[in-house]
Ligand binder design. Structure first.
Ligand code: HEC
Ligand code: HEC
Length: 385
């Protein structure tokens, strides 16, 4: 209880607590000696309810009085042993934070061998282990459901994890990195480069035309040229940064715009909103909070959410696409090296926060680079009259 800004409040609370107990005791002791009725004289009270309901003035039953004393003694003993009187720590030096740490350690000591076993199992195999999937499901419900939904289907701004449309990849290593270090998708506002609302409306319609969603075809035709601005991240065909075989957009997280799966919504209004204000979307990092081994199990759980209806076959790839394998391995080796170096110097080996920071910086850099490469001049023909 070191949260008080001044000692006054500590004494204040202690005084109210002790004062309350003393007050109760005074009332109790003075009322025990209530008058008993004189022989032959019934101490019937004068008030009457409901025509004939009256009461006697009798002392409290003994057992009741005893209960009052017992609870008071219990209260005093409790306040002496445990924190309860202002900042006083109690004779047992007990804190709820300590208790939590002890329980957590007991649990992780028990769970460690189990997780170590899981860590040796390849993800596709682990995804078929009912015990591991039960653990994964529980972890998902406790930590992920508030954003991605209990069923993992997501909502506006929070990606659906049960389909084949991925921002960062649906193969096990990509999911694992998403969980360990978090993700931060940044799309800078394009309003300054596009200049006029007309030009923004045109390119928004062009985006909708990519997935054959309802759109204004004349506007879309005008917007095609300005899509060059967007192509640096979303790729010239609009298939998203994950489809970039040159890997210049590795980990940028620009969605595929050619399917009808939308993170925010497939209307001119939502797309215009995104182009104007930009997007900055954060998936928290989990390595420090949940630990590497549990996250491996959770990776398997997330990986197997995307199943074919009927057959139940998992639809996510088991490996990174060929053009990405080297890059993925290089990044993971880099992270392992960072962890090893941290261990050497006795620092915390959970890298989530710094890793998250690295990913964020990477994306900001990519965004800045994209902006620089873009020719700011928008052809006048794009502007609506
Ligand atoms: C506070 C909200 C929030 C919580 C909690 C959260 N996520 Fe996310 N998650 C997001 C957002 C937002 C994104 C998209 C990030 C982006 O656009 O860059 C995301 C992205 C992801 C991705 C990458 C999806 C892709 O398409 O590549 C995975 C995998 C994921 N989350 C899994 C999880 C798991 C598992 C948990 C629980 C440990 C979790 N998330 C908890 C908000 C959250
Ligand atoms: C610097 C890279 C970058 C550039 C340039 C860029 N975007 Fe994006 N865009 C992203 C990222 C990253 C996201 C995902 C943001 C998130 O996760 O919230 C995104 C999201 C979107 C979405 C939301 C998709 C959905 O599923 O709801 C649309 C639409 C979009 N961009 C269109 C455009 C258009 C049009 C342009 C050009 C005028 C453009 N973007 C330029 C990186 C970029």
């Amino acid at each position: 209880m070191s949260d008080f800004k001044s000692q006054f409040w500590s004494y204040w609370i202690a005084a109210i607590t002790i004062g309350g107990i003393i007050y109760c005791m005074i009332i109790l002791v003075t009322q025990i000696r209530a008058k008993t009725n004189k022989p032959g004289q019934e101490d019937l009270q004068p008030h009457v309810w409901d025509d004939d309901l009256q009461e006697y003035n009798n002392p409290m039953p003994r057992w009741w009085v005893f209960m009052f004393f017992a609870t008071t003694i219990f209260g005093i003993a409790y306040l002496a042993l445990y924190p309860g009187l202002g900042a006083y720590k109690g004779l047992r030096n007990w804190t709820s934070a300590n208790e939590y740490e002890i329980e957590k350690k007991e649990f992780s000591d028990k769970a460690a061998p189990l997780y170590a076993q899981f860590l040796k199992t390849p993800i596709p195999e682990l995804a078929e282990n009912p015990e591991a999937m039960k653990l994964g499901k529980r972890m998902f419900e406790n930590n992920c459901a508030q954003c991605h939904g209990l069923d993992g289907k997501g909502s506006k701004g929070f990606p659906n994890l049960t389909d084949s449309d991925w921002l960062y990849g649906g193969f096990p290593k990509a999911i694992e990195v998403s969980l360990l270090g978090g993700r931060n998708g940044i799309m800078p506002s394009q309003a300054a480069s596009l200049k006029t609302p007309g030009a923004i409306n045109d390119v928004a319609n062009y985006v909708l035309s990519l997935s054959s969603s309802p759109h204004d075809a004349t506007a879309a035709a005008r917007g095609k040229t300005s899509f060059a601005l967007c192509a640096t991240c979303h790729m010239p065909d609009g298939k998203g940064s994950l489809s970039d075989k040159s890997l210049a957009n590795f980990g940028v997280g620009a969605p595929n715009l050619t399917d009808k799966t939308w993170l925010y919504g497939g209307s001119v209004k939502t797309i215009t909103e995104g182009i104007n204000a930009g997007r900055n979307n954060v998936m928290p990092a989990w390595e420090c909070a949940l630990g590497r081994e549990p996250l491996y199990v959770l990776t398997a759980y997330v990986w197997q959410l995307n199943r074919e209806e009927g057959t139940g076959k998992v639809l996510n790839p088991t490996e990174a696409p060929d053009y990405m394998v080297d890059e993925v391995n290089k990044r993971i080796a880099g992270l392992d090296a960072q962890r090893a170096a941290a261990k050497e110097t006795g620092q915390s080996t959970c890298l989530a926060t710094s890793l998250h920071e690295t990913i964020r910086k990477q994306n900001e850099l990519a965004a800045a680079k994209a902006l620089k490469e873009i020719v700011p001049a928008t052809p006048a023909a794009n502007a609506k009259p």
